[in-house]
Write a protein that binds this ligand. Sequence first.
Ligand SMILES: C[S@@+](CC[C@H](N)C(=O)[O-])C[C@H]1O[C@@H](n2cnc3c(N)ncnc32)[C@H](O)[C@@H]1O
Length: 380
Amino acid sequence: MGRSEDGRLLLLEAPLALFPGEVVEAEVIWKARHGEGRVKRWITRDPRRIPADCPVAESCGGCDLWESGRHAQDLKHQMATDLLRRQLGEGVPWSWHPAPESARRHRIQLHWDGAALGYFRRHSHALVPVSTCPAAADALSSAIPRLLEALTGQALPFRPGRWELATGTPAGTVWATDEKTRTWTLEPDGWHRSTEPIRHRLGEATLLHEPGAFFQVSPPWAAEAFGGLLQSWDLKGDTLYDLYGGVGLFSALLGHRFRHRVLVENGETAVAWAQRNLEAAGLPSECLVADVAAWVPEGLGKTTDLILLDPPRAGLEPTLCDRLTTVGAGTLVLVGCDGAAFCRDVKRLSTAWNLDQLAVLDLFPLTSLVECVALMTKRP
Ligand SMILES: C[S@@+](CC[C@H](N)C(=O)[O-])C[C@H]1O[C@@H](n2cnc3c(N)ncnc32)[C@H](O)[C@@H]1O
């Protein structure tokens, strides 16, 4: 983030991180009040830069911070500080939760064009072939050449398309899922068709989900970060409304701290898994397939209840924010992986809710993305 000579805000994106004070050449599109640009060339480089540990770091669109090494955390902290100051104003306290060195992706999306397998180039659909991915769990990285071999040898469907490689927790078995959600697991002698769910053992909780479906990208670290945070906020009460609940991660993490659970999620298969996961954990719950904005009724809950919302990137619909200002529940937790959308929703909710706690978790190491979490209490 910088400023033009006339004071307009300038948001810059750089493939290999951007340290404050570096002089760069960038392509910028100026709008009325701000500019957005991409760094094309470094004129001066910060001495903290280190060579990237990934051979395709500059061209691949999957990571942004390779050359910042252990200083990535400082840069992300600075980015989060800028974002929160700009969106929520000065003086809002928040806590920063850096990722451990060990955090790796348990889910990666590759593209096969009929000849090569790789990631999309930054801002493009051109392929960057890869044979390894140091941002992914070792099991996934070493499965990339096995997937390529099977595609080239037509042991797997040869048609160009997207492939997802995923592993459970702890990482081990690798699942490959194609665009038609057909799934194979990798055995020593090659890929075998599979209908097995992916299993994550996360502390006390075990969560299963369908391959190809949403789950946290770095599940052990996400469970540790969210679990620690929710515990430190000492959340407990009568009913937990786990909205945009997926396969039940937050219900499982909060466990017996709530007497009842209602999980709402629009994916039918996810809801079926949530029901099974929570039952197996001894946490019987009402799991509903519904659109959250349509489902939340006027006056939902009572003061001893918690509404937890973990929407997709776009955040909450304005009509849902309005309805949330009139609910009966006394506590609300909002989770968001797009900082700007998250801050917009916090501001909308703050007409009826006090912002008590704010945390930023580095759930997406090597990228400029962060997960924001707010704890809000209803004003009487
Ligand atoms: C960011 S994920 C969070 C999932 C879960 N809380 C977790 O951490 O594993 C958002 C979830 O909301 C679901 N979803 C998206 N739009 C929805 C909607 N309008 N109503 C209900 N669920 C929705 C998605 O299927 C996805 O499972």
